[in-house]
Design a protein around this ligand. Sequence first.
Ligand code: PMP
Length: 456
Amino acid sequence: TTDVTPLDRDRLARLHEREREAFRAARPRSAALAERARAHMPGGVPMSWMVKWPGDFPVFVESAEGAHFTCVDGIDHVDLCLGDTGAMMGHSPAATVEAVTRQLSRGITTMLPTDDAIAVSQGLAERFGLPYWQFTLTATDANRHALRYARLLTGRSKVVVHNWCYHGSVDETFATLDDHGETIDRPSTIGPPVPVSETTRVVEFNDLEALERALAHGDVAAVLVEPALTNIGIVLPDPGYNEGVRELATRYGALLVNDETHTVCAGPSGYTGAHGLQPDLLVIGKSIGGGIPCGTFGFTADIADRIARSVELEDIDVGGVGGTLAGNGLSSAAMRATLEHVMTPAAFEHMVPLADAWADGVQAAVDRVGAGWNVTRLGARAEYTFVPRPPRTGQEAHESDDFELQQYLHLYALNRGILLTPFHNMALMSPATTAADVAAHTTMFDDCVSELFAGR
Ligand code: PMP
C-alpha cells in the first residue's frame, strides 16, 4: 500500500491524559454517582465489564431517546453504540413503547402465553424462513438452548465455533486457538466448568479446510456461527464461505446454527435472509424487542418433530431448556410491536446509507492522514480496524487491535458527545439516526486523527 504515517506513542499517551482530564472536568455528576456506586457494586458498576468503558468512570445516563442520550451532567450524545444492538431500532421506539405500556398494566409475567407470541412466531417464520420458534430473555440463552437441542438430536457432544467469536456467556464458546492450532480456553475465561477443549473445537473464519477437519471426527453436534464476525471487529465471509459451511455441516451430520443477534444489521431478515442462507437453527435477541429483554431461536419442521419425539412431558420443565420469565407478556408485546412496526424494510433503507456515509467519512480521514487503517461495512453497521486491509480471520482481527489507541479514540469521541461501541471501533445506525449525527462523527473523527498524526 501507500505510505503509512507512523503512530507517535508518546504523543498518544499525552493526548490520552489530556482527554482523561477533560472527561473528569466535564462530568462531576457522573463522577459523584460513580463514587456512590462503589459502596455496594464492585468497581461502581452494575456488571463487571462496564469498568472497561473509556474514562475513569462510566457515564451515567439521565435519559435516552431515538439515536441520542443525555447524561446526568446534561450533555447530549449521539449514540452510535445503541446498547451494542439492543437499541438498534432506536431508544424507546414509539410503537414498542405504546405496546409495552399497554401490557404493563395487563400483567407482566404469568408463565402462560399471550396471543402476541402467536403473532411474533408467525412473523419470525415469514422473515427468516424457519417455521418453529421458542423464546428466551437473552440471545445467550437462545444459543445455549440451541446447543442443547443439537446435542440431544445428534447424540453427539462437540460444538464448533470460530476463533475469537462471541455468542454471549455460553460456556462452550469461550475457546480460542493456540499457536499449534489446538483449542484452548479463551484467555481470562472466568471459572470454566471443564477445559473447553472437552466441549468445543475452534476453527478460523473463512477456513473451510479447518472446518472439515473439525467435523471429520464425526462427533460434532452443532456448528455455531455468526455469518459475519461482529465481535472482534467485523470480519466478512469470502464469497461462498457460508455456503461451504452449510454443505460441510450437512455432509458430516452436524446442525448449523446461525446467530443473527448482531448480523441482523444486514437487513430485515438478517444476513441469513439477505444472502439466502439455510441454517437448521437461527438465534436472535436484543434488537427485536426494541430494548425489552427477549431472545428467540427458530428451527426447521424436522427438528421440531424430532424434539417432540425425544422430550418426555413429565420432565420437560427440568431438562435444561427453559426460563420462568421466557415468553412473558411484556417481552412478547415488545417483540410483536418492534417486528411489525419498527424493524421494517423501510427502516433499513434509512439505516444502511447512513452507515455507508459514516464509513466514507472515516475512510476519507484515514486516507488523508495516511493512518493505514481500513473500514469494513455490514449493512447498518461499520467498523474501522488499525490495519490496511480488512481482516479475513478472527485471529487477524484480534492481532490488529491496539487497546490504548482504541480507548483514546473512544474517549476523544465521548468528550465531544459521541458514543462508539466499546471494545472495538464500531458504529451502528438506527431508524432515528440522522445525516447530521453522522456528519458530527465525520468532523470529530477528522479533527481527532489530524491531531493524532500531527501535521497531516
Ligand atoms: N450473540 C451475539 C452474536 C452477540 O453479539 C451477543 C452479545 N453481544 C450475544 C449473542 C448475547 O446477547 P446477550 O448478552 O443479550 O445475551
